[in-house]
Design a binder for this molecule. Structure first.
Ligand code: ADP
Ligand code: ASP
Ligand code: MG
Length: 403
């Protein structure tokens, strides 16, 4: 008997009809003789609606109370789905993250899974129950409910698959696989049959929300067989694996991210240790910094520009202003109307013409690049937010329509 983890996203459990359909997929897997762990997200826009409710009460609510609130959506999904399985006379049990033994760090709204205590789930599986686990949530050492960051149910699923050595972890969603870019922006994007963990990790980290980036990180670390499939149609999806057979001359895909903002510290002294002080301060407050640019100004000053998630702008500026005396900068400038577009592919390592081709696509479309950032298998550009979708179409067209 093998164990399969099946995760269903928000749109897949949006209403009673969709929950019935999800239950039929679970039933089929269970009746084929498998042990099944199901991970569910909150229904439809529930998480956004909960955030809106909090905004009405207190826009500066603590992250602890936010997590307490937004973790409730997943609990609704698992209980409703369990009720549908009960109606079908299937043995099942729903478990909140803490009941399922999901232990996390204490970083509210961005917690990491530390370990999963397997006892409870194992005993339920031993009694031949289908186990439904609330995704996106866990419990920290002090007993507080935490959440894993938006889209984090994918990570719950992969962590469970790794803990229980599942044969397969299936991520069911509203697209039938990973595409060369978001099919909502480029309708003729191509479905990718196989993609490496490394490429998928870069795409997910650069905004391809089809998989939560940490789910891919965990899948790579624990060699989890990961598959992205449609919850609507029964057809092959995308397999995420260590090595693929697909040729590596083209890029794997294009991703966009409009959740970022730019912060510039203007007029810093050009002394050693300034960058260290700035980024140490931010990292101690768990603020993730992405693209960094340092430029030399006049009269021995320098500017440091970097990007953070939009949700972290206010806190970053407050922190930096508090330390203005020590850091000795002139002023801070922020811009929330920026976006990032990235190309990702193993082929970038061996083909220096790839980046030039991306810049050419942007030049042809008359789009200005504000900052550039690269990794071994990725090139990212920062642009005006209003140009992002057009840039994705131009770049995707250059790499996939002209080949
Ligand atoms: P779920 O609710 O199932 O977790 P998400 O909305 O988080 O689903 O992710 C699925 C969505 O990701 C798709 O509807 C699609 O618009 C978007 N997406 C972005 N980039 C890609 C990509 N490269 N391939 C497929 N889908 C993508
Ligand atoms: N419900 C959470 C969110 O909307 C987690 C998830 O969907 O994976 O971000
Ligand atoms: Mg998702």
């Amino acid at each position: 008997m093998s164990l399969i983890v099946q995760k269903f996203g928000g749109s897949s459990v949006r209403n009673a009809e969709r929950i019935r359909h999800v239950a039929s997929i679970i039933e089929k897997t269970y009746k084929a003789g498998n042990d099944v762990i199901v991970v569910l997200s909150a229904q439809g826009d529930t998480t956004d609606d909960l955030i809106a409710k909090a905004q009405e009460i207190n826009p500066r609510a603590s992250r602890r109370e936010m997590d307490m609130l937004i973790s409730t959506g997943e609990q609704i999904s698992i209980s409703l789905c369990a009720m549908e399985l009960e109606r079908r006379d299937l043995r099942c049990v729903s478990l909140a993250g803490w009941q399922a033994g999901v232990q996390t760090s204490s970083v509210y709204s961005d917690a990491r899974i530390k370990r999963i205590d397997s006892e409870r789930i194992q005993s339920e599986l031993d009694q031949h129950r289908i186990v439904l686990v609330a995704g996106f949530q866990g419990l920290d050492r002090a007993g507080n409910i935490t959440t894993l960051g938006r889209g984090g149910s994918d990570t719950s699923a992969v962590a469970l698959a790794a803990t229980f050595h599942a044969e397969l972890c299936q991520i069911f969603t509203d697209v039938d696989g990973v595409y060369t870019t978001d099919p909502r922006i480029v309708p003729n994007a191509r479905k990718i049959s196989e993609i490496t963990y490394d490429e998928m990790l870069e795409l997910a980290s650069q905004g391809a929300q089809v998989l939560h980036n940490r789910s891919v990180e965990l899948a790579k670390k624990f060699h989890v067989n990961l598959e992205v499939v449609s919850s609507l149609e029964d057809k092959p999806g995308t397999t995420v694996k260590e090595v693929t057979k697909v040729e590596k001359t083209n890029i794997a895909g294009v991703a966009k991210d409009t959740s970022i903002a730019r912060i510039a510290l203007v007029g810093l002294q050009h002394n050693p240790g300034v960058a260290f002080q700035v980024f140490d301060l931010l990292s101690k407050s768990n603020i993730n910094v992405d693209v960094i640019l340092q430029s030399i100004g006049r009269e021995d000053t320098k500017d440091i520009t970097f990007t953070v998630h939009k949700k972290d702008v206010e806190q970053s500026v407050e922190l930096l202003e508090e330390h203005k005396q020590a850091l000795k900068f002139d002023h801070i400038a922020t811009d929330e109307r920026i976006g990032k577009v990235s190309i990702v592919g193993m082929g970038l390592m061996s083909n220096c013409g790839v980046a030039a081709k991306m810049f050419e696509a942007l030049y042809d479309a008359g789009i200005n690049i504000q900052m550039i950032n690269t990794s071994e298998i990725r090139v990212s550009v920062l642009l005006d937010e209003s140009e992002v979708d057009r840039a994705v179409r131009a770049i995707h067209g250059k790499f996939f329509d002209e080949t």
